[in-house]
Design a protein around this ligand. Structure first.
Ligand code: HEM
Length: 145
């Protein structure tokens, strides 16, 4: 499966398409929470870990908040709105120094996890739709040149 990373031009926010509903139906809420948890665990071993909460409990809570958002954007219950309020993703990321390299690392860490889901039988169409979403929306989070 070909997971290509789009080039990011600073200050340009390309139009985003949400993942197709089949993605969440196939992966399930629990599976999506597991995906986010594994992504955060991979972040812990990466050079962008310094951006994230260093205290164990806060780090685990970050996983929950993030999974709440992803379930919501993938068509599930509005957990994030309920627990955290309006998403305002760009604003919420503003306090953190995120450059093109950080975005690349963040996105790259999803690749093996998406391939793992493919092995588990999630369709390529669904996985590509999820990848397309994070590929483009992660460009929006870049706030530093
Ligand atoms: C471009 C690379 C990205 C980096 C380096 C990054 C980094 C971060 C950091 C440092 C936090 C704060 C952790 C915390 O204290 O809770 C965070 C939170 C979060 N991020 Fe990202 N992020 C990136 C992209 C994205 C993308 C593309 C999405 C959504 C598609 C996203 C969704 C979230 C959510 C939902 C939260 C929790 C916000 C909250 O509960 O207040 N992030 N991110």
């Amino acid at each position: 499966m070909n997971l290509e990373m789009s080039h990011a031009t600073f200050g340009v926010r390309p139009p985003v398409t949400k993942p197709i509903p089949e993605f969440l139906l196939e992966v399930s809420e629990e599976g999506l929470r597991e995906l986010i948890s594994k992504h955060y665990d991979a972040i812990k071993e990466s050079d962008i870990y310094h951006l994230f909460p260093q205290e164990a409990q806060a780090f685990e809570q970050a996983k929950v908040n993030s999974a709440d958002f992803f379930i919501q954007i993938c068509g599930g219950p509005a957990y994030f709105n309920t627990n955290r309020g309006a998403p305002r993703m760009v604003g919420r990321h503003a306090p953190f120094v995120i450059d093109a390299k950080a975005r690349q690392t963040w996105l790259e860490l999803y690749k093996p996890l998406i391939l793992e889901l493919k092995e588990q039988g999630v369709t390529e169409t669904s996985l590509k739709s999820f990848w397309g979403y994070i590929d483009i929306f992660s460009i929006w989070m870049i706030n530093t040149q």
